[in-house]
Design a protein around this ligand. Structure first.
Ligand SMILES: *Cc1c(COP(=O)(O)O)cnc(C)c1O
Length: 428
């Protein structure tokens, strides 16, 4: 189930009215549902209960401390891509011993920090990086647990900017070179070959690329287990979510109706398709979901400021934009747009745009959306992942506040920035 719905004519997150939150805390405002985070984590975890596995939430999707704390309490591990993310996890009570550290460009400071904190594994993306980690670990007199990220050269069939598992992408080591990489790394000092990792892309809406990648990589993992006694295989993240119809009644039908092939993946479809290849390996299987856990757990609430009718178009100008939710501008991401007051049925084809001085600053173009007027609040659905984490202060707009709802409680997960915050650290 997910936790945004109309009740008595007004949009709610769990038991809390979003209009009340917008009036109290102002807009733009990110609102998250604890229940949805917990539900997605539990659902995915349960789908893999028949094999040895661990869920490592991909912090980059939504790294708010309150979100990380909620997941840490549920026993989640974390997939991090920077020293800063590790700092957040530790601050939120997460266990570095359940963290994997990915990314193509780790610095010495980040590697040292991760090793000193007792990271579970550093997921290495080149042989040069393995050599460097070996040197750093030797200097610190520590043993660095590592896994190589293999690039299985599988087409994830998702947007090109979020596809990572083809040989033309910068990620991982080509499948053809991976055994040599392990062989050479096994002779380097202060490294422990602990696992194998892959991640083919994000927002995958069909199971077949996952199956293709897992079937390609499973024999390699078995081989590495024989040769180097590795203990885990990480299959990355990438499970897609529903962006369209995120709210409409029956929105969760995809969730329960697993036979409907037009719907994105359910955790059960995902697990049942790949467990046959994974189970026999006898390795710990790591899952690194980001979007799946956070995406439908959040909305961005913004206020309509003006309506401008041009010769060819109607623009609805709102008080948020690409600076707070860049997915539409960056990779043609779709977010359902709904008025916070339940719409009466009138539909207009409009562009919903923000205040930023860029023509790319739009939430939708020529889209039929339920009618709303200046002064009204609207919600951009499914904004819990890759939303606030990519927000900037471009054009010197302070960052939005974030609210975490749990049942009938709402708490500030992040205060709204002030003008003073904007110039913090600057001289002049
Ligand atoms: C981004 C990323 C993930 C999470 O991807 P989602 O599509 O959000 O599930 C997992 N693993 C790695 C290595 C990543 O870079």
């Amino acid at each position: 189930m997910h936790s945004f719905h109309y009740s008595n004519g007004s949009l709610h997150c769990e038991d809390i009215s979003i209009a009340d939150l917008a009036n109290q805390y102002g807009t733009p405002l990110y609102v998250y549902s604890s229940e949805t985070f917990r539900d997605r984590y539990t659902r995915l975890d349960a789908a893999f209960s028949s094999i040895n596995h661990e869920v490592a939430y991909a912090v980059k999707a939504n790294s708010n401390l309150s979100v990380l704390r909620l997941l840490a309490k549920m026993g989640s591990g974390f997939d991090i891509v920077s020293g800063g993310e590790l700092f957040r996890v530790i601050k939120a009570g997460g266990d570095p011993g359940k963290c994997t550290f990915a990314g193509v460009g780790k610095t010495r400071d980040e590697i040292e920090y991760a090793l000193k904190q007792g990271i579970y594994s550093i997921n290495v993306e080149s042989e040069e990086e393995a050599l460097f980690i070996s040197q750093v670990a030797s200097e610190l007199n520590l043993v660095a647990p590592i896994a190589f990220r293999v690039n299985p050269n599988v087409d994830a069939k998702t947007h090109k900017y979020i596809s990572t598992g083809k040989s033309e992408n910068k990620f991982g080591i080509d499948f053809e070179f991976i055994l040599d990489a392990y062989e050479r790394a096994s002779n380097l000092p202060n490294l422990k070959l602990k696992g194998l990792q892959m991640h083919i892309g994000s927002q995958l809406t069909s199971v077949s690329p996952f199956v293709e990648a897992v079937e390609k990589v499973a024999p390699l993992a078995a081989d590495l287990k024989d040769k180097y006694d590795i203990e885990f295989l990480s299959i990355g993240g990438g499970i897609g979510i529903v962006y369209e119809e995120a709210l409409a009644s029956g929105s969760e039908s995809w969730w329960t109706d697993q036979s409907d092939e037009t719907r994105p993946l359910t955790p059960e479809q995902y697990s049942s398709a790949i467990i046959p290849s994974l189970g026999p390996l006898g390795l710990k299987i790591l899952l690194e979901p980001g979007r799946f856990i956070a995406g439908n757990a959040g909305v961005l609430v913004t206020k309509c400021l003006y309506e401008k009718k041009g010769t060819t178009k109607t623009f609805k100008i709102v008080d948020s934009g690409m600076h707070h939710l860049i997915r539409p501008a960056l990779y043609e991401g779709f977010h359902e747009i709904v008025p916070v007051t339940e719409p009466t049925g009138a539909i207009d084809a409009v562009d919903v745009v923000g205040p930023i001085c860029e023509s790319g600053d739009f939430f939708c173009q020529n889209r039929e959306v339920p009618n709303f007027v200046p002064g009204e609040f609207i919600a951009l659905m499914s904004a819990g992942a890759y939303g606030m984490v990519m927000a900037t202060t471009y054009n010197s707009h302070p960052l939005p506040a974030e609210i975490l709802v749990d049942g009938n409680q709402a708490k500030i997960a992040r205060k709204r920035q002030t003008f003073q915050d904007l110039v913090e650290g600057e001289e002049g």
